[in-house]
Design a protein around this ligand. Structure first.
Ligand code: GLY
Length: 618
């Protein structure tokens, strides 16, 4: 990696604590309610529904259906997801007035399920694309069931009102932006290498990729998806899982060699579960339990990090003492209840600790995580103080450990690490203080590339998130254990980490989550740490460079902006990390985070500039 004589910390100077006209274009500050999605049209759909009297759940459902239209490369009704909901006291009282009794918090799991014909060996004998492209890659889609369950249980408006913005967007079309075009070009390059896909995946090739000629500013309409959404608005879940959409979906999948059946669609279930709850940095975190690995990994990494940040800083003491007043890497803003560190978030000492904590969490992810309906997942143990304490005691301030000393398994080394373009996160808070964190996915960019043409939606390739071939990594370079082998009705392990952070009195402080495959976990965690640990405004929490380490491959990846030499000390971040034993490589992006945070009575909202989204609110 190039080492530039720049003071990277200058990146933090731009927007801190500002309001009004000086907010960056990807941010907003609102008095009552906020929506942060990775597309402005989707954020505005949420705002429209909030203004009509909808609550945060109505808004989240409207945003998600709209994302199905305007981010077809990332998510949609052919995919699945997770939603974490926190009701305020006022929100609970409102639900009571509607004749409902609701918990203060709930997590909805509408992750795709494996078709019943798929067993553990299904992909072992298939070609290498079977789990990523075409009919065999498709898991039973869950998004429509999940969104309508959320809406029926907790929404205030009628179904037509929450679907209206999405139907409009599908009819009117969306403008291809930089993020869409970049995903489309990447997929088009794969089509050029596999020319038969142009006919096989015609809807994606012609409508979405414009035969490889897609450019910024092109308008893509989708009247077919508008008709699907209209049917869903009129008939509810049955329209998707039983009616003409179901018929078209099964015909499409089976014609392409897939095994999904009508019975599979009828078997799909949304699970309502307790969010995974843990304490860190004086806050309560509500996040997604398995089959997401995201919550467990974040809880474990946060637990370890809290302990190793507190350890004596012998190796940095001399440098710290020489820096008075603190400058460069040593400049750190301590948030109330956050981290009181003698160094900042871009210093090698912080990055080393963060990386070491992540390596333990990802090592355990690889070994222990899977769908808890099918395998034992020792969640309580992995996030316990006893276990994180044990791992923290292995920490060495000036060196990395042999790979087999992270978590609890033997070392394995892998090489590949692909981008995730097939996921989208949205965050919502309403005027009553209710909050929704929702992450949804069709897995890789444009999912399986197989579309249900007549209804204009793309089917997921979530089956690749299983351990499809024992001992081999998936498209994200993640090697996973036999706990994550496919089985009929099982849900593949995910990294999605929709998270709500509560302050001391149980009030919502932060709503966040990300897209980015395994970088969802590292992206979400670092943005939240920037907010609760270093006290950054939401936009400054989301924007700064982030790092990623997923234990295997054994390399720490740094976004642009980390390749800096500290002006105060002459210390190079990369040089120090290498001295500690890290292999360092650049990476184009570590997650795309949408965050809303409470600050001095306002909701600060930021849609990660890495994808070009924009929040909305009032
Ligand atoms: N498909 C990305 C994830 O669920 O982690």
């Amino acid at each position: 990696m190039r080492t530039l004589p720049l003071l990277a910390l200058a990146l933090f100077g731009g927007f801190t604590g500002c309001a009004g006209p000086s907010l960056p274009p990807f941010a907003g500050s609102y008095q009552h309610a906020a929506v942060a999605a990775d597309h402005e049209v989707a954020s505005r759909a949420g705002l429209e529904v909030l203004k009509k009297g909808g609550n945060a759940v109505d808004a989240a459902v409207a945003v998600s259906f709209t994302l199905s239209v305007v981010r077809p490369e990332s998510c949609g009704i052919g995919g699945g997801g997770f939603m974490v909901i926190r009701f305020s006291e006022a929100g609970v009282a409102d639900q009571r007035r509607l004749g409902r009794s609701v918990p203060r918090q709930v997590a909805l799991n509408y992750r795709e399920m494996a078709p019943w014909a798929v067993g553990p060996d299904f992909y072992e004998k298939e070609d290498r694309f079977a789990s990523t492209h075409g009919g065999k890659a498709v898991g039973i889609p869950g998004t429509v069931a999940g969104l309508l369950t959320a809406h029926e249980k907790f929404g205030r408006l009628d179904r037509a009102a929450v679907l209206a913005p999405a139907i409009r967007a599908a009819e009117k079309g969306f403008v291809a932006d930089e993020s869409f075009v970049s995903a489309a070009k990447e997929t088009a390059a794969d089509f050029e290498k596999n020319p038969a896909w142009k006919e096989r995946f015609r809807f994606v090739w012609e409508r979405m990729l414009r035969k490889g000629k897609i450019k910024i500013g092109d308008v893509i309409t989708n009247p077919e998806q508008a008709s699907a959404l209209r049917l869903i608005a009129e008939q509810g879940t049955a329209a998707f899982y039983q009616g003409p959409i179901a018929q078209a979906m099964i015909e499409t999948v089976r014609r392409d060699g897939g095994v999904m059946t009508h019975d599979d669609l009828l078997r799909f279930r949304v699970a309502s579960v307790e969010p995974l709850t843990f304490q860190a940095f004086g806050r309560t975190f509500l996040t997604m339990p398995p089959p997401s690995s995201g919550g467990v990994a974040m809880a474990e990494a946060m637990g370890i990090l809290g302990l190793i940040l507190e350890q004596p800083l012998r190796e940095t003491q001399e440098k710290i003492e020489k820096n008075n007043p603190p400058r460069g890497f040593f400049e750190a803003i301590a948030a109330p209840g956050g981290m009181a560190l003698p160094y900042g978030p871009m210093s090698p000492w912080y990055c080393h600790r963060l990386t070491e904590a992540l390596k333990h969490a990802f090592a355990d992810r690889a070994e222990w995580l899977g769908d808890p309906d099918f395998v034992d997942v020792p969640v309580a143990r992995l996030v316990s103080k006893e276990y994180t304490g044990l791992l923290a005691r292995r920490f060495q301030p000036e060196r990395t450990l042999p790979l087999d000393q992270y978590g609890t398994r033997e070392s394995r080394t892998l090489t590949s690490l692909s981008e995730d373009l097939g996921t989208s996160h949205l965050s919502v808070v309403d005027a009553a203080g209710n909050a929704v964190a929702c992450t949804e996915t069709i897995n890789l960019g444009f999912g399986s590339c197989l579309a249900v043409d007549a209804f204009g939606f793309i089917l997921n390739n979530q089956m690749d998130d299983f351990t499809t071939r024992r001992g081999q990594a998936n498209a994200f370079g993640l090697k996973q254990s036999d706990r994550n082998l496919p089985a009929p009705g099982k849900r593949p392990l995910s990294s999605m980490t929709p998270t709500i952070v509560l302050g001391e009195r149980g009030e919502v402080e932060v709503v966040a989550g990300a897209s980015g495959g395994p970088r969802i976990i590292t992206g979400t965690m670092q943005a939240i740490l920037q907010r609760v640990g270093f006290g950054r405004a939401a936009w400054d929490a989301v924007q700064p460079p982030r790092l990623h380490h997923q234990w295997s491959p054994n390399v720490v990846r740094l976004e642009r902006g980390f390749d800096a030499v500290d002006g105060a000390t002459g210390v190079s971040l990369v040089g120090e990390l290498q001295r500690f034993g890290h292999r360092v490589e650049p990476i184009s992006g570590v997650g795309v985070v949408q965050m809303i945070a409470r600050e001095r009575g306002e909701w600060q909202a930021a849609s990660d500039p890495r994808k070009g989204g924009k929040p909305a609110g009032y």
